[in-house]
Design a protein around this ligand. Structure first.
Ligand code: AMP
Ligand code: GLY
Length: 449
């Protein structure tokens, strides 16, 4: 089999690595990929134009042509932007098997207003909210509600379009930034203002084939840039799986109150949900979940620890999903996994490119089989990505984005996984590298009780 993975992050490196492990797979192409996917056995980067804005099917022609010319058996789409622009619809029309939701279903992530209305209509628990395009009305609403309060850009903003305002003044500033000063472009031309939720967050990701639901292992991300959950929100600075805050009881509630209603409502709307569905949860002290956000894809960095634990074949699961025959369970390593993101100088405000990375262990390291360094924003110093593995191994790897690596370890406990990941992370260096040493702190606190 030949597979095409779309995307360039740590999530896509983990997906490509999992797919390549399957003996049936001959080649995993990744577009555009990163240095990690270029180095991975059986994987190869290709440069294809992938439409990330405005939905017209023709824009996905580069992907469709590539699939037709390279006998691609399945496409797995990593990031949200091509999903929102209808890459799965375009592939289906061309007779290519692509795993992901249609553009209609991807609105759950693509538009916060769509998602909030959908949750309201289907009684899915979420924070109270109102949508605004007028800054004066938005500020009046904030004045009436008080702080803390959360201001969200309506459209896609790479995880950065959410401001948790501690004060009314900060909320006003966020409204001005989004609605008046257009800092988030079109994504911020409409804002959703929502009630501040209290509790512990978790990521609940499923595979859905239109009817059947396969919940994947649970996980927890760390959104803030700095230790102690301080600093600005990022795309995610590290994650572990499973998340003990998702007890069996919480799991059942999420399936019944959140996931099943999405499947039913999308079917009722004539748009069956297919692909990964990510529910970002806030779980209160009583174990009641509320939805913070839906994503129409796997999380990054959650995917890295989740896939480290997956013992079923990802390729088999996607094949079954595409056939409408998803099993209700996958096989997981009972040991937890934990991934630490190493970010480049200035992230999340800016990012640094071209810094040489030293101390990277070999991707498949026999000495430490339970630690895997997934690449995200990496390239080669000569900027050639489309090389075969032999060429790639002799090249210098450099930074190429905000989140650079995710060092992921499997161990008998979360604290041991943290120690193992920290040990390997500590040996890696590049100018301005920064990472959090406290990834997993919620779960580790529970282990110590
Ligand atoms: P989002 O991009 O919607 O996931 O939001 C990013 C982060 O902002 C979340 O992971 C939460 O930490 C925080 N956040 C978003 N919405 C809320 C809310 N209603 N209450 C509390 N925190 C929130
Ligand atoms: N790590 C959060 C996300 O993927 O949206």
């Amino acid at each position: 089999m030949n597979i095409l993975v779309i995307g360039a992050g740590g999530r896509e490196h983990a997906l490509a690595w999992q797919c390549a492990k399957d003996k049936k797979v001959q080649r995993v192409y990744v577009t555009p990929g990163n240095a990690g996917t270029a180095l991975e056995p059986k994987c190869e980067n290709v440069i294809l134009e992938v439409a990330v804005s405005d939905s017209i099917a023709g824009e996905h022609s580069a992907v469709i042509d590539f699939c037709q010319n390279n006998a691609i058996d399945m496409v797995i789409v990593g990031p949200e932007a091509p999903l929102v622009t209808g890459i799965v619809d375009a592939c289906r029309t061309a007779g290519i098997k692509a795993w992901g939701p249609s553009a209609y279903c991807a609105q759950l992530e693509g538009s916060k207003t769509f998602a909030k209305e959908f949750m309201e209509q289907n009684n899915i628990p979420t924070a109270a909210y109102q949508g605004f395009t007028d800054p004066v009305a938005a500020k009046a609403y904030v004045d009436q509600q008080g702080a803390p309060i959360v201001i969200k850009a309506d459209g896609l903003a790479a995880g950065k379009g959410v401001i948790v305002a501690e004060t009314v003044e900060q909320a006003h500033q966020a409204i001005d930034d989004m609605l008046a000063d257009n800092k988030f472009g079109d994504a911020g031309s409409c804002v959703v203002i929502e009630q501040f939720l209290i509790g512990e967050e978790a990521s609940f990701i499923c595979m859905i084939d239109g009817n059947n639901i396969l919940p994947m292992a649970t996980s927890q991300d760390h959104k803030r840039a700095f230790e102690g959950d301080t600093g600005p929100n990022t795309g995610g600075m590290g994650a572990y799986s499973p998340a003990p805050v998702v007890t069996d009881e919480v799991h059942d509630k999420v399936m019944a109150q959140v996931i099943q209603p999405v499947v039913d409502a999308m079917n009722a709307a004539g748009h069956p949900y297919t692909g990964f569905l990510y529910a970002g949860l806030m779980i209160d002290d009583a174990g009641n979940p509320s939805i913070i956000e839906f994503n129409c894809r796997l999380g990054d960095p959650e995917t890295q620890p989740i896939l480290m634990r997956l013992q079923s074949s990802m390729v088999d699961l996607v094949t079954q999903g595409l056939a409408g025959e998803l099993p209700s369970q996958a096989k997981w390593d009972p040991r937890p996994a934990l991934g630490i993101v190493v970010a480049s100088k200035g992230y999340p405000e800016s990012s640094s490119k071209g810094d040489v990375i030293s101390g990277l262990p070999k991707l498949v390291d026999a000495d430490i089989p339970a630690v895997k360094v997934f690449h995200a924003g990496t390239t080669f110093s000569d900027n050639t990505q489309t090389v075969n593995n032999d060429d790639a191994n002799s090249k210098e790897v450099t930074t190429n984005g905000g989140r650079v690596l995710c060092v992921t370890a499997l161990a008998d406990s979360i604290s041991e996984a943290q120690q193992a990941a920290l040990m390997v992370t500590g040996a890696i260096s590049f100018d301005g590298a920064h990472y959090r040493r406290d990834i997993g702190h919620h779960a580790i606190a529970r282990e110590l009780v």
